[in-house]
Design a binder for this molecule. Structure first.
Ligand SMILES: [Zn+2]
Ligand SMILES: [Zn+2]
Length: 228
């Protein structure tokens, strides 16, 4: 009965329609598109563009892995008497507790704004000429959009058909329902292969903390569930 209230996302079109209704994908799409248009307007294409975009795509799987392991799965800590439990980690725990809750799949807006600024700073300072700054930022933000879409589609009712998407889907489902210590890549399993967090399903035990990430914050989640 509970699923009756969930938006229909079984076909790609219906999934895309639901996806387009949320703030985070909309903001990512606008930022990526505007940057891409600016890049095209500036012109002056060179092999540098391929090198910059290629380097970002090579780094991306490892960044995704690092952020997931050390950021999203960070446990609450106390530092100088202050409780440290960042929004991105709290929201990721909520997502693990309730993987089919659609709003919880998306990057929270305050986190997205911070992330867009951080990526902008990297693009600005790491790549001197303006055209390469724009190429870098367009690549980063396009990939961010691809990440959001992939993660959304994995958790939608859409049944994966292609072999590639089925493999990506399977890994993330294993991360949620089998063992949260493995399968950290969302858009691709490359870093999991390289860093050995891509075991055979039978080779690792089912984790009792796959839903809680080992943090007992059931009480704080109930209030925020409806407003997320
Ligand atoms: Zn997920
Ligand atoms: Zn996780």
């Amino acid at each position: 009965m509970a699923d009756d209230a969930a938006p229909r996302t079984s076909t790609l079109m219906s999934a895309a329609r639901v996806f387009a209704g949320y703030g985070s994908p909309r903001i990512m799409a606008v930022v990526a598109t505007v940057t891409l248009i600016a890049r095209i307007v500036v012109g002056r294409w060179s092999y540098g563009d391929i090198a910059v975009a290629g380097a970002i795509l090579i780094v991306e799987p490892f960044l995704e892995w690092l952020i997931h392991v050390y950021g999203l799965h960070a446990k609450p800590a106390t530092l100088f008497g202050r409780k440290l439990d960042p929004l991105y980690a709290r929201r990721h725990r909520m997502h693990h507790r309730d993987p089919r809750n659609v709003p919880l799949v998306f990057v929270p807006l305050p986190v997205l704004f911070g992330f867009l600024i951080a990526l902008g700073a990297i693009a600005y300072f790491a790549f001197p000429p303006v055209e390469l700054k724009l190429t870098a930022y367009a690549t980063m933000t396009s990939f961010l959009f691809a990440y959001e879409w992939t993660h959304f589609l994995i958790h939608s009712q859409h049944v994966p058909r292609s072999a590639i998407f089925r493999a990506i889907w399977r890994n993330h489902i294993l991360h949620h329902y089998k063992n949260e210590q493995y399968w950290f890549g969302v858009t691709n399993p490359l870093a999991d292969y390289a860093l050995r967090t891509n075991p055979a399903k039978e080779a690792v035990p089912s984790s009792p903390t796959a839903r809680t990430l080992g943090v007992d914050d059931e009480l704080t989640l109930i209030g925020s569930h409806a407003t997320a």
